[in-house]
Write a protein that binds this ligand. Structure first.
Ligand SMILES: O=C[C@H](O)COP(=O)(O)O
Length: 261
């Protein structure tokens, strides 16, 4: 079976301007270097507002940092009359590695459908960006016991039309909406149930070799106090961290989960 390199990604959401971003990334890198973080053992990334990316690129390049960076959204279009959109071409030119696609906040507040999520996923892949495709159920669906079926339908929607070669390059983040920003982290068993099912679905849609290489993250109130148990589950390959990523020291502790015995 393929070995999947864990990924800890911090989603800053609508926080930190470009000046604060430079300070944040420097502090994160300093803290991780101080802790002798092994970036080849655990990848670390920050997903920043678009207006921060050029500044982050400059500081990451200048200091040869191991931290990677990404965006929180991307247009499905490359160019044209799409006011306010950001092209995947522009992101690629800024050295962006990752882009979140279909975060529940974009689905909820910006009407992003599975079709839009699929188009954005494809647009990212077409320009060598790694999409972090976000899926996950709300509380009503969880209470109705339909969380696995609901989340798998979102996976089907996002991956529609992708070849096996393309699918093997994506990252999926399972983020139950009821756990986002609430302090209520899913239990490791609850997260594993859905993430294991996502891996199973990848094997059905493609084959086991794709299922074996795609990283599936958990997101929703992740903290340094919960990451070790989550990472002990066999199908959980990392975390998509919101609030706790705004504190560079706490975020560095989360990325250092593998050092905890
Ligand atoms: O993208 C990140 C998630 O929405 C999780 O946010 P949170 O860690 O603040 O719950």
């Amino acid at each position: 079976m393929a070995t999947r390199t864990p990924l800890i990604a911090g989603n800053w959401k609508l926080n930190l301007d470009h000046l604060e971003a430079v300070h944040q990334v420097q502090k994160l890198d300093f803290t991780l270097k101080d802790a002798k973080h092994d970036y080849s053992a655990v990848e670390v990334a920050v997903l920043a507002p678009f207006t921060d990316l050029r500044s982050i690129q400059t500081v990451v390049d200048a200091d040869k940092m191991g931290v990677k960076y990404g965006a929180q959204d991307v247009s499905q279009h490359v160019s044209g009359a799409y006011t306010g959109e950001i092209s995947p071409v522009f992101l690629a030119k800024l050295g962006v590695t990752f882009v979140a696609v279909g975060h529940s906040e974009r689905r909820q507040y910006h009407g992003e459908t599975d079709e839009i999520v699929a188009a954005k996923t494809k647009a990212a892949l077409d320009h060598d960006l790694t999409p972090i495709v976000c899926v996950g159920e709300g509380l009503d669906i969880r209470k109705a016991g339909e969380h696995v079926a609901y989340t798998l339908a979102q996976v089907d929607g996002a991956l529609a039309g992708l070849s096996a070669e393309e699918a093997a390059k994506i990252v999926i983040a399972y983020e139950p909406v009821w756990a986002i920003g609430t302090g209520e982290v899913a239990t490791p068993a609850d997260a594993q149930e859905v993430i294991g099912a996502i891996r199973g679905r990848l094997a059905e849609l493609y084959d086991q070799s794709v299922a074996d290489v795609v990283r599936v993250l958990y997101g929703g109130s992740v903290k340094s106090s919960s990451i070790v148990e989550l990472m002990a589950e066999k199908d959980i390959d990392g975390g998509l961290v919101g609030g706790a990523s705004l504190d560079p020291e706490e975020f560095a502790r989360i990325a250092s989960f593998y050092k905890v015995a």
